[in-house]
Design a protein around this ligand. Structure first.
Ligand code: NAD
Length: 510
């Protein structure tokens, strides 16, 4: 067996992300003062939010079960009063106790068909929250809100910087930001998460706004959460409807845009269509691996499946399903959305076999779409890949070692800052519709998105291949750097040129 390669020790996530920035800055001779402006965020907001949590029923450990084996069952009815959480616990609402016949021993009770649980008292809880406003020279700060247990200042700085490059790449008048809360959402109820959201926006109220900073959904946040954010921000204002553009990614019924829910995955597919076209091929029949089956992963898989591609493997945080004939994606979506499937996982899907986490990336396919969290394509993973292209639908899915291996192995790369820019592009359309009080059709949104992604992806391709040209869709001549470079550096070169223009033409206020 080939010895496993050693990945270099990881630097900070921010330092890793900025490697492409420095490469591109050197290459295009970025103005030194502009470089200093872009090396660090404008503002790093770190704050704390508190909420009141409910009492919980926590499963008793295996070792303790014997001690309670003769504990009679209580007649508590599950249903509404016992709210299941994705981590296996229940929130205990007081109404569960009304008319119940309860036997408690040492704080433990038995619930029929569910097992033994210890009652844990709720109370106040504190969470660390962040909003990094990276740069606003091209327009209001813009970026997602992530609820996750592993977030940090380092991560949000990297993601906020990425947003700055991404908005410039798709040429929309926004800057970059990112933020969120350090929380494991699987351990909290919908109501508790709503309280987290309300407190988060309460604390940010003076720092965001439709012309200041515009949050959007990211990992573990969704249109429902965006609705609460909008309400919290606009409540009590004299003109609340004029401020609907304070957040994007809203439900279409309350000011969201048609096509926003699938926009990030759709943008990834537009990039892949161009990639295939350059090779004189089509996406029909291509075999695809998708990691992550949330907003971005499901949309990518669904659109590719509808185009005749074969999604042969899907992995999420809890499991991996594979089928070399192609997974039935509509059936997999139904499985993940099932009422009992609280983790929204692909695990246990009957239309495929399960596979180990390691095997997943080694499956024979043409296209790999990492659409989960950062850092999944390490050097080791990249060594084992059998695909022709990695389409980075997630933010920062490839480590610098992974990047190097992909280059050495001549596996094509569609870098994240263009591959997943569809979401922020349609967020811009949503913001425009809100400001103009308009509602565009899905066809109109997708037409604009397709042009925006394909034109800018074309420019990046031309920079990378040193083939400047004017086409009916775009003009890449003013972005050429005079030699062939990799796609990630090319994408960054395009972003930096567009950002630099603002500083050089507008000047610096002293
Ligand atoms: P999501 O919360 O809807 O889904 C995340 C998915 O990743 C889930 O299926 C989860 O089970 C899976 N996952 C988590 N950890 C994993 C692991 N260790 N291994 C395998 N799978 C794992 O999130 P999303 O909105 O789809 O975002 C996914 C990625 O796309 C993130 O990197 C995000 O920053 C990026 N992104 C999202 C958008 C957007 O519009 N939602 C836009 C641009 C970029």
């Amino acid at each position: 067996m080939k010895p496993s390669r050693k990945d270099s020790p990881r630097k900070s996530i921010f330092d890793e992300t900025m490697e492409a920035f420095y490469r591109a800055a050197d290459l295009i001779h970025l103005d030194p003062r502009v470089q200093l402006e872009l090396e660090e965020p404008d503002f790093e907001h770190i704050f704390y939010i508190t909420i009141e949590t409910r009492d919980r029923l926590v499963p008793v450990s295996k070792e303790e079960e014997a001690h309670f084996k003769d504990l009679p069952a209580s007649s508590v009815k599950a249903g509404e009063a016992l709210e299941p959480l994705a981590n296996g616990q229940f929130v205990l609402h007081r109404r569960a106790l009304l008319k119940a016949d309860i036997t408690l021993r040492e704080g433990v009770l038995r619930i029929p068909k569910r097992g033994l649980f210890r009652i844990e008292k709720g109370g106040p809880k504190k969470f660390k929250a962040y909003r990094i406003q990276y740069n606003q020279v091209r327009g209001p700060y813009k970026g997602g809100v992530r609820y996750h247990k592993d977030v940090s200042l380092d991560l949000f700085k990297a993601l906020a910087a990425d947003m700055t490059w991404k908005t410039a790449i798709v040429d929309i008048p926004f800057g970059g930001a990112k933020g969120g809360v350090r929380i494991d959402p699987s351990a909290y109820s919908k109501e508790e998460l709503e309280h987290v959201t309300l407190r988060f926006i309460y604390k940010l109220k003076n720092l965001i706004g439709p012309y200041v900073d515009i949050p959007a959904p990211d990992v573990n946040t969704n249109p429902e959460i965006m609705a609460k954010m909008m309400r919290q921000f606009t409540d009590g204002a004299a003109t609340p409807h004029a401020m609907r553009g304070v957040v994007t990614g809203k439900d279409v019924r309350i000011g969201g845009s048609e096509g926003r829910a699938k926009a990030t995955g759709q943008g990834t597919v537009y990039c892949l269509e161009e990639w295939a076209r350059w090779r004189g091929e089509s996406l029909a029949g291509k075999r695809v691996l998708v990691q992550g089956f949330g907003n971005v992963g499901t949309a990518s898989a669904e659109i590719l499946h509808a185009m005749g591609a074969k999604v042969v493997g899907v992995q999420d945080a809890y499991g991996t399903v594979v089928n070399e004939k192609g997974l039935d994606i509509p059936a997999l979506l139904t499985h993940a959305a099932g009422p009992e499937n609280l983790r929204r996982s692909v695990e246990g899907f009957p239309g495929g076999a399960s596979a180990s986490r390691e095997e997943f990336w080694k499956i024979d396919a043409e296209i790999a779409i990492p659409a989960a969290l950062g850092g999944s394509i390490t050097g080791d993973v990249a060594e084992g890949l059998k695909v022709q292209v990695v389409a980075e639908a997630a933010n920062g899915p490839t480590t610098p070692d992974g990047d190097k291996v992909l280059r050495d192995r001549k596996i094509d790369l569609i870098p994240d800052i263009v591959c997943n820019a569809g979401g922020v592009t349609v967020s811009y359309y949503e913001w425009l519709q809100n400001l103009r009080m308009e509602h565009w059709s899905e066809a109109e949104v997708n037409n604009r998105l397709e042009r925006a992604i394909k034109a800018n992806f074309g420019i990046i391709h031309d920079i990378a291949n040193d083939s400047p040209q004017k086409t009916p869709l775009y003009d890449s001549r003013r972005f050429a750097v005079g030699k062939k470079i990799d796609m990630r550096t090319a994408a960054m070169a395009l972003a930096l040129r567009r950002i630099e223009n603002h500083y050089l033409l507008e000047g610096f206020s002293q």
